[in-house]
Design a protein around this ligand. Structure first.
Ligand code: PMP
Length: 365
């Protein structure tokens, strides 16, 4: 049997050419006569891989020079705690817009350190919409404003149709881009800090990218161990301790693949097409399938949906798997079905899913 279409939310599908290259290089990388997984992170070979990955990511996302790029372990959740430790004084206010499960998790990580203010939340509405920016209750002297660019479970994403993020003056905007980074052009200069776990759009789990405006690294923050200090990581080129070198290497291969495919402009085009296909399949089903997210904030990356008759969900998932469409089970928080359609998912995969949905409805509807 061949590889199936994998709709997992993360760890998620990787581009097949990347897996093939990693396979070909696994025993011996270049002329190192050893695997890249076996050599020192300070060896000239790995230093080259690391520097190329950073340069490629900078090119891919047009990251300005006054931003540092870090490759860290610990996942996105660890960054959610570290932002408070690094950038807020003890007890200082920090504003959070909670647009889904991951916004709530972000908030939970900082409550011991800051005066966390929920500036807006979509929870009362089941996270089906994002409150308009005009209604956000921002603090006077917040250390930062935190948003989740794309909510991986609730399928809610800040889109241009929703409107613009508010002007926050001297308060830097921090954004969790774990599940949508590199899926369209990003104006990094609008943000003080952007972070993303790699395991959705950038590569394998185990490495997290942090993009941070360098002047912010001068903030005192809170008492913390050196290993929790972004400035120390930046100074050490993300090699303060042993970095997740194999994951960093694999992410680097994904960056090269994305650049070769046409970069973020091309992935924005593909993402729009995939999302259009899938939402059309849902909305055109006469209610057999339904997605409840407001149309102006529907995620292009994660599409949760429900069957009208929930008793059919188990059969839907089992038959989809038989048809080569994997990992469509909804997150336990929501149930139902969820299709994650990150950069590595080809348009044909989404077409196959839409075709299966139609055919399942014909048989069971
Ligand atoms: N933020 C978002 C938007 C996520 O989707 C996830 C993971 N699914 C996380 C944070 C947590 O990431 P990690 O498991 O890497 O800590």
């Amino acid at each position: 049997m061949s590889r199936a279409y994998n709709f997992a939310a993360g760890p998620a599908a990787l581009p097949e050419p990347v897996l093939r290259q990693a396979q070909a290089e696994l025993l011996e990388w270049g002329d190192a006569r050893a695997s890249i997984a076996e050599i020192s992170h300070r060896s000239p070979e790995f230093m080259r891989v690391a520097a190329e990955a950073e340069a490629d990511l900078r090119r891919l996302l047009s990251i300005p020079d006054d931003y540092a790029v870090l490759f860290l372990a610990g996942g996105a959740t660890t960054q959610q705690a570290l932002v408070a430790l690094n950038f807020a004084a003890p007890g200082q206010a920090a504003d959070y817009v909670v647009s889904g499960h991951w916004g709530k998790v972000a908030l939970k990580q900082v409550q011991a350190y800051v005066d966390a203010n929920v500036a807006a939340s979509g929870e009362a509405d089941g996270f089906r919409d994002i409150p308009p920016a005009s209604q956000w209750r921002l603090s006077k002297d917040a250390a930062y404003l935190h948003v989740t660019a794309n909510e991986t479970i609730h399928g809610v994403e800040f889109r241009p149709e929703w409107g613009a993020l508010p002007e926050t003056g001297d308060v830097p905007l921090f954004a969790d881009f774990s599940s949508s980074i590199a899926s369209e052009p990003l104006d990094v200069s609008k943000f003080g800090l952007v972070y993303a776990g790699a395991q959705k759009n950038l590569g394998p789990v185990g490495v997290t990218v942090v993009i941070v405006r360098r002047d912010l690294l001068e903030r005192a923050g809170q008492p913390r161990a050196d290993i929790f200090n972004y400035a120390s990581h930046a100074k050490a080129g993300s090699m303060l301790n042993t970095p997740p070198s194999y994951n960093w290497y694999l992410a680097g291969l994904v960056f090269k693949w994305m650049l070769a495919e046409g970069g973020v402009v091309e992935f924005a085009r593909r993402s729009a097409e995939k999302a259009r296909l899938l939402y059309a399949a849902i909305d055109g089903s006469g209610g057999f399938y339904r997605n409840e997210v407001a149309s102006n904030v529907r995620s292009r990356m994660n599409v949760p949906f429900f069957l009208q008759d929930d008793a059919l969900t188990a059969a839907f998932l089992a038959e989809a798997k038989e048809a080569g469409l994997l990992a469509l089970k909804g997150h336990r928080v929501l149930g139902g079905v969820r299709a994650s359609i990150y950069n590595a998912m080809p348009v044909e995969g989404v077409r196959a899913l839409a075709g299966f949905m139609h055919e399942f409805q014909q048989r069971r509807g």
